[in-house]
Design a protein around this ligand. Structure first.
Ligand SMILES: [Zn+2]
Length: 200
């Protein structure tokens, strides 16, 4: 995390600053011949004095120099290159993205939408097929209607032909074509034979 990195940089920067101060103090004790006044302020001075005794100005200078450079190097490493932390962060973010239930919900929602979209598309394809077949049916129905009209016209013509009264060739009176003989004069009617042959 950047906060942890910033904290590390801040702490090591502060320690580097302390090292610089001690180096400066060592230079001062070198030149002025003092007795390490800043080192004596340090809380670890008692420990250092017990371990090494009185520290000379030269060794104090070199120790603070090395301390300063090591801390500065560590600060730079933390500030500019942090592979362990980035690796850990990557692992953590991967785990988070895998375990994030919101993402799973979102994915399942997207899947549902895709399924809905698929079914809508297939439905529209089906609808188009149905439309085409209904158009075919309509065409055939129209053809049947035209044929029916023609048949009806033929039938009407035949009916008018049949219904028109004929005249008896003998007496000249109107006689229905169904009659075999003329009801007025008893003459045999010829058109009855024609109609009966048509009807059979
Ligand atoms: Zn007649």
């Amino acid at each position: 995390m950047p906060v942890k990195k910033g904290m590390g940089v801040w702490i090591f920067g502060f320690l580097t600053f302390l090292g610089v101060l001690h180096t400066f103090d060592a230079v001062l004790s070198f030149t002025l011949g003092g007795t390490n006044p800043l080192l004596k302020l340090s809380p670890f001075y008692g420990l250092i004095y017990n371990m090494f005794g009185e520290i000379g100005a030269a060794s104090y200078f070199w120790a603070s120099m090395i301390f300063t450079f090591v801390l500065f190097g560590m600060s730079c490493v933390i500030a500019f290159h942090d592979p362990i932390a980035t690796f850990i962060n990557r692992v953590i973010s991967d785990a988070k993205s895998e375990e994030n239930p919101v993402d799973l919900h979102l994915e399942s929602g997207i899947n549902v939408f895709e399924m809905i979209n698929d079914s809508v598309t297939s439905n529209s394809i089906l609808l188009n097929k149905v439309k085409e077949s209904t158009e075919n049916v309509r065409d055939s129905v129209n053809a049947v209607k035209i044929e029916l009209k023609m048949l009806g016209a033929k039938l009407g013509k035949m009916e008018t032909d049949l219904a028109t009264p004929r005249k008896c060739p003998s007496c000249g009176k109107d006689v229905l074509p169904d009659f075999k003989l003329c009801p007025y004069c008893g003459e045999k009617l010829l058109f009855y034979v024609q109609i009966s042959t048509v009807r059979q």
